[in-house]
Write a protein that binds this ligand. Structure first.
Ligand code: NDP
Length: 268
């Protein structure tokens, strides 16, 4: 019988993860089944328990359960501890549950590997202070940028991140005036509501990359970036495929090739 995996979330029917993992499995010859679990709010642990009882081997975790998954794990990687979030659970043979987060490595691989944009020595602006932002801070710092500024609508949340990540700077949007950046990453949920955080006109330095973690359509942030001088504008589809590949590797010990899978989804 094929090993079983799933993505768990609420909502979850929109998730592309089953299609991505089916492609990875086909490409690498791994015998897996990958489905979707719609868990009720407050019902994460029960849903996971039922899936494990049916022989589930691991899950990807999406909104709003990344913190539940963090708490559910009996062992966590260092990057999951720093992010205080888990997007990958691996049910180990000894009964332990390993929690990891692959979002950060997914983002960095997309920017550096797929988009060919080096982060070393660059001035990075990260918008947002929620789970997605928190998960990518350490992987971004590991690329040795010149600086990493975190900006958030509620400035206090950005400032609080400095306790875990002393190397970052933090402010509210009114603190950005006059500064420009080589890389601007939108890790806010604003695109979901077709909103645009109040960025100053000159925020993109010459040759800048604008990256929206949202995917599937042109967002107000992407439009703003095109109109205000960003040289490269990207959505988060590559990050999605790259974080999935890292999860696949954690479960199966095999690293799938992401480029052909990304090409399929871009074409669709
Ligand atoms: P959270 O709910 O944890 O955080 C939301 C963040 O967005 C907060 O910082 C919030 O600010 C900010 N925000 C929300 N609305 C606005 C607005 N109108 N203007 C300015 N700031 C706003 O969400 P997540 O961090 O989990 O997710 C953020 C985004 O990242 C989502 O769109 C998600 O789809 C995407 N994502 C994409 C991934 C990929 O693989 N491509 C992976 C993970 C996430 P405040 O604190 O002031 O409320």
């Amino acid at each position: 019988m094929a090993d079983r995996y799933a993505v768990i979330g609420n909502p979850v029917e929109h998730s592309k993860s089953p299609l991505i993992h089916a492609e990875f499995a086909r490409q690498t010859g791994q015998d897996i089944e990958y489905g979707r679990i719609l868990a009720p709010i407050g019902g994460f642990a029960d849903s996971i328990g039922a899936f494990r009882a049916e022989g589930g081997r691991g899950v990807n975790v999406t909104v709003p359960f990344k913190e539940d998954a963090y708490l559910y794990a009996t062992r966590r990687t260092q990057r999951a501890e720093l992010a205080h979030a888990v997007n990958t659970l691996h049910f180990l043979a000894d009964g332990n549950v390993l929690g990891d987060t692959t979002d950060g490595v997914g983002l960095v691989r997309d920017i550096v590997g797929n988009l060919g944009f080096t982060l070393r020595g660059k001035r990075i602006l990260l918008m947002g202070a929620g789970g997605a932002a928190r998960g990518v801070i350490q992987p971004l710092l590991d690329e040795l940028p010149a600086s990493l500024m975190v900006v958030n609508r509620s400035a206090d949340k950005a400032l609080a991140l400095r306790e875990t990540f002393p190397a970052i700077a933090a402010c509210g949007y009114d603190g950005l005036g006059g500064q420009s950046f080589d890389v601007v990453i939108n890790a806010t949920a604003s695109s979901l509501n077709n909103d645009l955080p109040p960025l100053p006109d000159g925020v993109f330095a010459h040759g800048a990359l604008a990256y929206d973690m949202m995917y599937g359509r042109e967002t107000p942030f992407m439009r703003f970036a095109r109109e205000h001088g960003a040289a490269v504008v990207a959505d988060g589809l590559g990050m999605l495929v790259e974080q999935a590949a890292e999860s696949f590797f954690i479960w199966r010990g095999v690293r799938p090739e992401t480029a052909p899978v990304l090409a399929i989804f871009r074409a669709a």
